[in-house]
Design a protein around this ligand. Structure first.
Ligand SMILES: NC(=O)c1ccc[n+]([C@@H]2O[C@H](COP(=O)([O-])OP(=O)(O)OC[C@H]3O[C@@H](n4cnc5c(N)ncnc54)[C@H](O)[C@@H]3O)[C@@H](O)[C@H]2O)c1
Length: 427
């Protein structure tokens, strides 16, 4: 236990921090005073002696999207932030869906609060997984930083609400890397890609309205035809699983380099086809399972499948549109939830869940934290402005700040002016 003098000193220090305007911070004193938080208290004195670094209060609310079980920070990320001199507020129960208890967070040094309003009201940096829903957006405010997936290009209302909040909103999916990839999207694309043949296979079952085809076939009966549109991260992982399940797999991409890489990786296990309207129109006529895995970074997904093409598909065939979070790559796609994942259009089963990785929340949460933690630390240690000045890849993540849009594809999708992050940070 921490001695009473030390505890008083900690409380005085926290009171001092809570009065600072740049990082408003309040700590629940009943929590601080309770025996149950002794482990978090034990960690706090370490922070008092870190010189030259500003403490930040980081908040993690419980996700409220339908069947969303992932959580923004795992306990080991909390420990790391506390070690860097920061404080972390976790909404009680936020980690349960990923198998992480409140006690795990408390032991890592977090302070648990009951109300999401406390998290949104007090924290300077909010770390989430999915885009904020309408009532969460109302809680955001000027000067606060939101770090999460946003997918704004197909979502005008969210874009407007985030502009109105005047908060600084940094989107995981547009943070870049020196190798040209999207490092914070990659792990979730890997998960969604690997899930796609799995959910596609069950959607092909009669009970789900599918045409009753077994993905791998059986001796004497051919396997299902799987076509994957987009051979990037999710497309490659979808191909790996579909090949493993014994399907006949074709991958379509508009990049010759991507097709070359796939060909080298899979050899004769898959066919690769260059993306043209004509090629896609021919493929959809004979496909059993079509997986949409295309992406133009930041922008709304290109509509590669027209309604007319869907009309030519076999009754009971299936579209799994992974790209639905960017608006979907079929004219017939619309977002669905884990509660009600499928619907029919033109006799074709559509599975268009926008948060597929949540169904394997534990794997997904840890995979996501592995890649987000370095950026969360950077934002907390340096403050968002210096962090974005220092890291051009994190700067690419800036979508909205103080009522302006900084991500060009998002601004173009909504016919809004684009502001320049370099100008903002130079000012
Ligand atoms: N639904 C979900 O739960 C979920 C989860 C994770 C990722 N996603 C989404 O999956 C999508 C794919 O992500 P990714 O990480 O695999 O992207 P990626 O950038 O790794 O791959 C996209 C591929 O699409 C190709 N492409 C672009 N335009 C094309 C066209 N006109 N024709 C053919 N190919 C084209 C690109 O060349 C690229 O190879 C994104 O929208 C992403 O947000 C969805």
């Amino acid at each position: 236990m921490v001695g009473s003098d030390a505890r008083q000193a900690i409380l005085r220090y926290m009171e001092h921090i809570s009065k600072r305007e740049e990082y408003p911070c309040t700590i629940d004193e009943t929590e601080v005073g309770s025996a149950s938080t002794s482990s978090s208290l034990r960690k706090r004195p370490d922070k008092l002696f870190i010189v030259g670094r500003q403490e930040m209060l980081i908040g993690v609310p419980k996700e409220i999207k339908d069947h969303e079980y992932r959580v923004g920070l795992v306990p080991s990320s909390v420990t790391e932030l506390v070690h860097h001199g920061h404080s972390v507020l976790i909404e009680r129960g936020a980690g349960l869906g990923a198998g992480i208890s409140d006690e795990n967070y408390r032991a890592a040094g977090a302070t648990l609060v009951d109300e999401p309003d406390r998290v949104f009201g007090d924290a300077a940096l909010i770390v989430k997984v999915k885009e904020p829903l309408a009532n969460e957006r109302k809680k955001l405010r000027r000067g606060q930083v939101l770090f999460t997936y946003l997918h704004l290009a197909p979502d005008l209302q969210q874009t407007k609400d985030l502009m109105d909040s005047r908060a600084t909103c940094i989107a995981y999916e547009t943070v870049t890397s020196s190798s040209g990839g999207l490092p914070l999207l990659t792990p979730m694309s890997e998960v969604a890609g690997r899930l796609a043949p799995q959910v596609g296979a069950s959607s092909l079952e009669k009970a789900q309205g599918g045409r009753g085809v077994l993905l791998g076939g059986v001796p004497g009966v051919p396997p299902a035809e799987v076509v994957i549109l987009g051979g990037g991260v999710s497309g490659t992982h979808a191909a790996t699983i579909a090949v493993g399940m014994g399907a006949t797999v074709t991958v379509v991409d508009r990049s010759a380099d991507v097709l070359r890489k796939l060909s080298a990786q899979f050899g004769s296990q898959i066919r690769t086809i260059f993306s043209t309207r004509d090629a896609i129109a021919q493929l959809v006529r004979r496909v059993d399972l079509l997986i949409g895995a295309v992406l133009v970074p930041g922008a709304a997904a290109p509509k590669l499948i027209t309604r007319d093409m869907v009309r030519t598909m076999k009754p009971g065939s299936v579209i799994v549109d992974i790209a639905i979070d960017q608006g979907g790559c079929s004219e017939t796609s619309r977002p669905t939830t884990h509660s009600n994942p499928r619907y029919f259009e033109e006799g074709v089963v559509h599975y268009c869940v926008t948060n597929m990785p949540s169904s394997v929340a534990r794997t997904s949460t840890f995979a996501l934290n592995n890649v987000t933690l370095p950026f969360v630390l950077l934002l907390a240690d340096r403050g968002w402005e210096q962090a974005l000045r220092d890291d051009p890849h994190l700067r690419d993540g800036l979508n909205v700040h103080d009522g302006e849009v900084f991500c060009r594809p998002v601004a173009e999708a909504h016919k809004l002016p684009t502001s320049n992050a370099d100008d903002l940070l130079a000012a």
